[in-house]
Design a protein around this ligand. Sequence first.
Ligand code: COA
Length: 220
Amino acid sequence: MPEQTSAEAAAESRHPFIRPYRASDRGDVARICTLTAAGGGDATGVYSDDLLMPEVFALPYVTFAPELAFVVDDGTGRAVGYIIGVADTAAFVDWWNREWTPGFVARHPEPGPATGRDPKFTEQELLDAGRKPERMLIAELDGYPAHLHIDLLPELQGQGFGRRLIDTLRDALAERGVPGLHLSMDPGNVSARAFYDRLGFVELASSKPNSPLLGIPTAR
Ligand SMILES: CC(C)(COP(=O)(O)OP(=O)(O)OC[C@H]1O[C@@H](n2cnc3c(N)ncnc32)[C@H](O)[C@@H]1OP(=O)(O)O)[C@@H](O)C(=O)NCCC(=O)NCCS
């Protein structure tokens, strides 16, 4: 076995920890999103551009509300998991239409070449999601105005970081006077659903089997 360098040994001895997002995490956040976007698994190569998923489900969040993004740092400065959220989904939708859609449409005017992967959530649907943020305007926004996305790389899962990230975001939102937060999810991601159920998320009235919608108060 090759000898370990002192830098590698130092990195290995460091422990992952949660810290606020910073601008230099942007690339890591995009990468984590792609690596977990296929029902919780790796979506690399599924769409014509590996940045498409992050451009819809991660990068708008850290652009609009970097103060509500938290990452798990592996101890070397590299982000290996995140929670991202917005406090006011309706305001986020307004911002998205003004600031995000024009650039997104210019970068992705139409689906790219077929990848042969045939995902259930098609590239056309992903493009539609990127240009129509109104999909986020759920009926329960009065009680649950905030929403979130959370993703951890496989090596970090099952160690309590998911619970701690949710607690961190709930506390940050509660401090800002936000009563509740919600999320919508892929119904095929049964592992994530078990996680949310365990944490006390409940199905909201407009939840549908093919598009589950879960909510939780910010107060713990
Ligand atoms: C889903 C995810 C965020 C959960 O985070 P995690 O760090 O793995 O979960 P934790 O270790 O914090 O688990 C918290 C609790 O949920 C429970 N839990 C987590 N996954 C579970 C599962 N698959 N089945 C049953 N319980 C589960 C844990 O036992 C734990 O219970 P406890 O705190 O009462 O002991 C993470 O696994 C992940 O990022 N997965 C891939 C991407 C993804 O699916 N994101 C969600 C998209 S909607």
